[in-house]
Design a protein around this ligand. Sequence first.
Ligand SMILES: [Zn+2]
Length: 354
Amino acid sequence: MFSLIKLPRSLTINQVPKGFHEDGILSGYRQPYSSARECVLSLFQLTNETLNIWTHFLPTWFFLWKLLMVALAMMEDKEEGHSRYQWPLLAYLLSCCIYPLASSCAHTFSSMSVGARHICFFFDYGAISLYSLGSAVAYSSYTFPEKWVNSTFHHWYVSLAVLNSIICTTLACCSRLGLPFLHYNADNIKGLPDYQATRLTKPLRIVAFAYPFFYDNIPLFYRLFVCVGEGCTANEANGVHHVHIQLAFLTGFLFTTHLPERLAPGSFDYIGHSHQLFHVFAIAGTVLQMKAIELDMVLRQTWLQTHSPPITFGNTLGVFLVSVAANLCVIYIFCLALFSEERQKMSNINKGCL
Ligand SMILES: [Zn+2]
């Protein structure tokens, strides 16, 4: 069927504008300024984005299936307390569906224009922040070590995670073009080298992703690596939490180092570059994190239901929805600045024509 559809040939790095360049990737670029239809069709053509898209698109369906299974089981559960106990899991699973879906959409439509590319990744960053918040909601309800349950840190943990999600989406969006309205101009939108904040791009983005990870995992790091004696919650889930943390570090390592393509630019353009590996290990990490959370949830249910703060709609799905709204507001401000810059550029062109 696809032989009937003529797909445009892929391009080398010298044939696409600077704003579309990826470090260490020399070929396999899609046509810049593709239509939405061409972007969707590019899923079936081998380009440097194809595996980035599929490695997050397929897992989205697996996570969605998990979410539906939990939601259906909750609806059939007649006991209200038991159903309520699963709300944090539901918020976490929602975040697990959103981040790979946003990522695969971002990678699919990022070749539409330089502006669309920025907007696509603004949403991608927002979804990653929501995933951090979803993890915090689940950790607060199921994985906190016994010693810390009901502590002051426990009571503030999720509220601070909401704040982190807003700060981190803002930082990650800033890492592309600087502050909206203040730093935005035609040159940095096009990715031209005189953009003065370029040197801050990578560190800012790393901080935006690493900071919520470290914050979310404070209770887990304490439980696994520091706590001794009673109240440390040593159970079967600990081993799985360990592997998840190792995978998370590997994911961060791939994201920051750009290995292996940094060592051999052009050799991993289609298969095996760091961003694909980053996607694969992020999904593997999420699957293990999910398993560890579910283990804690089942093994500790009786203890948690008698000792933990009560689970309410407000401290689970409620905070998640508030965070979705707040993150959308942040993204809206960044998009608005982009559109107003584009409008300014168009009006300058029109004035020049008159
Ligand atoms: Zn990605």
